[in-house]
Ligand binder design. Structure first.
Ligand code: NAD
Ligand code: TDX
Length: 332
């Protein structure tokens, strides 16, 4: 696994994974990223030039993908359109990148015999009731709700079929909600933190009782590397850190961090089709591959993430006004 192609390596989690490879392995890394609005060159700036190269290109372009897959031993596929709200406004790029992009990569992996790891989401399983005693496992039936999650589900199923039909050497991981540095201000935690930094109020969709199962991006990266090295070909592994919290609880933790009143937030228009609860049972990954998260305490990880946004206003501020204007136009 010395030469690793990381798609979407200039995004939130992909860039975290590139840092993980530089810090914890001797791999050389090629990032393939289209540099969409969600990417950030700064997130992978300053890394050793003899270890990390950036190729700007589209994963759905076979002419770009084919030679890059040929040159590498392992493909770790993060690139995606990733935001549910955007998928409700305009699903087309989600189908193109998430489905056709994954298809182009799989065809190249098939041709060149590359090991392939596909990064996916727990949202492919749909949602749970708040009081459901079961959590998602590797055998939970697929039941995606949104254009985003349905295109991720489609991409997962392509990977499974390419393993079975063509013998592609692939693994899949489905992870819960990530938080940490470099997450785009469109997403829940960065949006609320930056609202409060700006003296505004957090915006909760609906009643704020929807539950997400939070994991730090560092822990997602270590899990992906573990699975890419030690996972069983054709298998799926769920990644989670037992971090269930409802959105109202998270907003109150953010307000408390800044010494603001715990009720100083607004309820805004709910997301259409809003999934109620995600929850991951990561027993298989922990028992079979010996992985465990480093961030056991969400409050501590959240506090460090909040401070990162306080200290990196130059990075997020240029994007903030346009994102808020787009949300405001939807009553959110
Ligand atoms: P992100 O939106 O921050 O980054 C996505 C990256 O992919 C960007 O750098 C973007 O430029 C790139 N990209 C988009 N379309 C491309 C294309 N056609 N060709 C090449 N590059 C393209 O996303 P993220 O939150 O870092 O998510 C990364 C992966 O992890 C996704 O596959 C997502 O489904 C999965 N995931 C995310 C979470 C989460 O909480 N964020 C949880 C589970 C799984
Ligand atoms: O302003 C907001 N207010 C609010 O209440 C925003 C932006 C979100 N929310 C709610 C919606 C969700 O219940 O917060 C929760 C988290 O929202 P997002 O950050 O948009 O994440 P989610 O839709 O849960 O999806 C995320 O986790 C799974 C990632 O964006 C996906 O890429 C990943 O697959």
């Amino acid at each position: 696994m010395r030469r690793v192609l990381v798609t979407g390596g200039a995004g939130f989690i992909g860039s975290n994974f590139v840092h993980h490879l530089v810090d914890h392995t001797d791999a050389t890394v090629t990032v393939l990223d289209k540099l969409t609005y969600a990417a950030s060159r700064e997130s992978i700036a300053g890394l050793p030039e003899d270890r990390v190269a950036l190729v700007v290109g589209d994963i759905a372009d076979a002419a770009v993908v084919d030679p890059l897959v040929a040159e590498n031993d392992l493909v770790v596929h993060f690139a995606a359109e990733s935001h549910n709200d955007n998928s409700l406004s305009d699903p087309e790029p989600f189908v193109r990148t998430n489905v056709l992009g994954t298809f182009a990569l799989l065809e190249a992996a098939r041709k060149h015999g590359a090991r392939f790891h596909h990064v996916s989401t727990d949202e492919v399983y749909g949602d749970l009731e708040l009081d459901d005693p079961e959590r998602f496992t590797e055998t939970t039936p697929y039941n995606p709700s949104s254009p985003y999650s349905s295109t991720k589900a489609g991409s997962d199923l392509l990977v499974r079929a390419w393993v079975r039909s063509f013998g592609v050497q692939a693994t899949i991981s489905n992870c819960s909600n990530n938080y940490g540095p470099w997450q785009h201000v469109e997403k829940f935690i960065p949006r609320q933190v930056t609202n409060v930094i700006d003296g505004g109020r957090p915006k909760l969709y609906g009643a704020g009782l929807n539950v997400r199962d939070w994991i730090h991006a560092d822990d997602h990266s270590s899990a992906v590397w573990t699975i890419a090295n030690d996972g069983r070909i054709g298998d799926t592994y769920l990644i989670g850190a037992d971090g269930e919290k409802n959105n109202l609880e998270v907003v109150r933790m953010i307000l408390a961090h800044f010494g603001r009143d715990e009720d100083d937030f607004e309820h805004v228009t709910d997301r259409a089709g809003h999934d109620l609860r995600y929850a991951i049972d990561s027993t298989k990954l922990r028992t079979e591959l010996g992985w465990k998260p480093q961030y056991a305490d969400f409050a501590e990880g959240l506090g460090r993430t909040i401070e990162w946004y306080v200290e990196h206003q130059d990075w997020w501020r240029p994007h903030k006004a346009a994102i808020e204007a787009a949300y405001a136009a939807k009553g959110q």
